[in-house]
Design a protein around this ligand. Structure first.
Ligand code: ADE
Length: 409
């Protein structure tokens, strides 16, 4: 793969000579060429920036040096070949593992490192229209760096390590954070019991020493889910769908972890969904019908709650948590589907979604509904729940439970 980098600080790119990327260069897998933008500035001071039209703080990079530099790079390949141009900037599309894979499939990438307030917008047009380049503005994250160089180092490292031969053990590429949308499980090495301070030992989780590969795989997967839920809940719904734990019925809907911003809509949807329960149970004094917005927000802190949206509209929700009094039980609650979308299996799919989020050591699922809510009880029975004899956890309700099936290895 060929990589060209244009910058006013070529020395910034020196780390591309180090480590695996440096070795890939020496092995001929990567052809990296760094160019000084000032070589294309022809005034006495070799200036590359000027004040912005329309006023405002800072300086803008001038079009002429960039146009010359990009034309020189783009014209330096074999006949007809053109690089894909990547311009790092905080206003770009987020750089992700998916984008790294996409860029790794390109034979030639050129990077334009902006500084100051950015590059004159006409350079992007020129690159696309006059040079025929595909131009991608890419951001490392929602923060501002002083220039694109650090971003290029990160992007090149993420891309180059995906090229065949750059990393010795290709398997290690697969078992990594983000490769399948989940964060990586925690790793340990010897000693199994480490004395971190006199008299204080820290042990490797026993399952890793058990030799039971199935149990290890299950533990690692659970760790990945828990880590992702704790650190990156925004990733969880997508990866769970990929892993096949949520039903196909949810395909096309946007399933996400609820945040406080969802509370007003959750309150409203619950009111709409529980009216039937009020009628079926001859009482409208049911928490989802009487609770306040603050109650909903408080619930979001105590339960893991998911929202289901169709074209932005909230059409369903469910929540789950460990029973505070019995950690082996996973409580599922507030299962709701907008009245106009009921009867399509969304409720069942949401129930399965909430069950799939239960930690590995949970043995029982629990749900509660009105004694008069025949339809709900039927749905739960079909999903394998059985009514617990006697009064439910609240007056006029019934509790239903289901044993969790042992995970197969
Ligand atoms: N240049 C300045 N800020 C940046 C960011 N967040 N990502 C990529 N390039 C940048």
């Amino acid at each position: 793969m060929r990589l060209d980098v244009v910058s006013i600080f070529p020395d910034y790119l020196a780390p591309l000579d180090l480590s695996l990327i440096g070795k890939a260069r020496r092995d001929g897998l990567l052809d990296v060429r760094v160019h000084d933008l000032r070589d294309f500035a022809h005034d006495r001071h070799r200036s590359v920036d000027d004040t912005p039209y329309g006023g405002g703080a800072g300086m803008v990079m001038k079009p002429q040096p960039w146009a010359e530099a990009l034309a020189a790079v783009a014209g330096s390949g074999v006949e007809g070949a053109r690089p894909r141009l990547v311009v790092p900037g905080p206003g770009g599309a987020p750089f992700t593992q998916t984008m790294a894979r996409e860029l790794a499939a390109e034979p030639w990438l050129a990077f334009a490192c902006g500084r100051y307030e950015g590059i004159d917008e006409r350079v992007y047009e020129f690159a696309a229209q006059d040079l025929g380049l595909e131009v991608s503005v890419v951001s490392l994250g929602d923060y501002v760096l002083n220039g694109g160089e650090v971003a290029v180092l990160a992007i090149v490292e993420a891309v180059a390590r995906l090229l065949p031969g750059v990393i010795g053990n290709a398997e290690s590429l697969v078992e990594e954070s983000h490769e399948d949308g989940l964060l990586e499980y925690p790793v340990y090495t010897k000693p199994a019991s480490w004395e971190s301070a006199p008299g204080v030992t820290r042990d490797v989780p026993p399952v890793l020493l058990s030799g039971d590969h199935g149990a290890i795989a299950r533990w690692r997967h659970q760790q990945r889910l828990e880590r992702t839920a704790a650190r990156r809940p925004d990733l969880l719904h997508a990866s769970q769908a990929v892993a096949g734990t949520s039903d196909d019925v949810l395909t096309g809907f946007d399933v996400a972890t609820a945040t406080a911003a969802d509370a007003p809509e959750l309150l409203t949807l619950a009111r709409a969904c529980w009216v039937t329960e009020g009628r079926d149970n001859a009482s409208f004094d049911i928490p989802p019908l009487v609770e306040s917005l603050d109650d909903v927000v408080e619930g979001l802190g105590q339960w893991q709650t998911w929202t289901v949206r169709a074209a932005g509209r909230l059409v369903g929700s469910v929540r789950g948590r460990r029973d505070p009094e019995d950690p082996a039980t996973w409580q599922v609650g507030r299962l709701m589907v907008a009245p106009d979308l009921q009867g399509r299996g969304l409720g069942r799919a949401l129930l399965a979604h909430a069950e799939a989020a239960a930690p590995a050591d949970v043995t029982t699922y629990w749900i509660n509904t009105g004694r008069g809510s025949e339809r709900n009880q039927r749905t739960y029975r079909r999903a394998g729940y059985r009514a617990v004899p006697g009064e439910g956890s609240h007056p006029g309700t019934v509790d239903l439970t289901k044993r969790r099936r042992a995970a197969s290895s």
